[in-house]
Structures are given as C-alpha cells and as structure tokens.
Design a protein. Structure first.
Length: 117
C-alpha cells in the first residue's frame, strides 16, 4: 500500500483540488442537463485527471502517474475499481455521480488520516 504523506494532506494543500472539483462538477451537471454529451465527457476527463493528480500528489511515492495495480491509502473504498469504471464511460451521468462521490469520500478520508497521523 502506498501511504499518504502527512505534509501533503494538510487542509490548505488539498482544499484547492476540492474547490476546483466543486466548480467543475457544476459545469458537468449543467452539461448533462443540456444533454451535451461531448461537453460533459470533456469536462469529466478534466475531473478524472484532477482526482488522479490528487491521489498522486498526496501519495508517498516518486511516481508521477496513478498506478492502477497499487493500493493508495488516500483512495476511498473500491476507489480504483470505481475510477476504472468512470474512465471507461466518462460521458455517462452515472459516472459523474460516481466521481463526485469519490471526491466526497476522499475528502473525508484525508480528514481522518490528518487526525490519525
């Protein structure tokens, strides 16, 4: 398991990721409301990249990309399987909901890990 770095999970370091996701998620939701699948897919790909960057930046590893065969301490339960599902169908509304849940769960997980470490 790839552990998180304590200094990397401080609130002021990770909060910008969640703020970016909040803005992006509103745009994705609007794109789905408009039934604009291409726009939703493009925005979702940005969201996926943001989530992967968050996992990599907080991990205690030298790797620059998310390794799908590894377990990350900061990753929510079944997070990698869920992320692979999302990446396979980024234009679907169900995948947007799933990515939104991953961000929410990751935020809670990082808060718990801050207290523990």
């Amino acid at each position: 398991m790839i552990r998180v770095r304590k200094e990397a999970i401080q609130k002021e370091k990770i909060e910008p990721y969640f703020e970016k996701w909040d803005c992006l998620s509103k745009e994705i939701h609007a794109a789905h409301d408009e039934r604009n699948g291409k726009k939703a897919k493009a925005l979702m790909e940005q969201g996926i990249a943001l989530f992967e960057e968050l996992m990599v930046k907080t991990a205690d590893t030298e790797e620059k990309e998310l390794m799908v065969n590894e377990k990350y301490e900061g990753m929510p339960l079944n997070g990698m399987d869920r992320l692979l599902f999302i990446k396979a169908r980024p234009g679907q509304y169900a995948c947007f909901v799933q990515l939104d849940e991953l961000f929410k769960e990751a935020k809670k997980r990082f808060a718990r890990l801050r207290v523990q470490k």
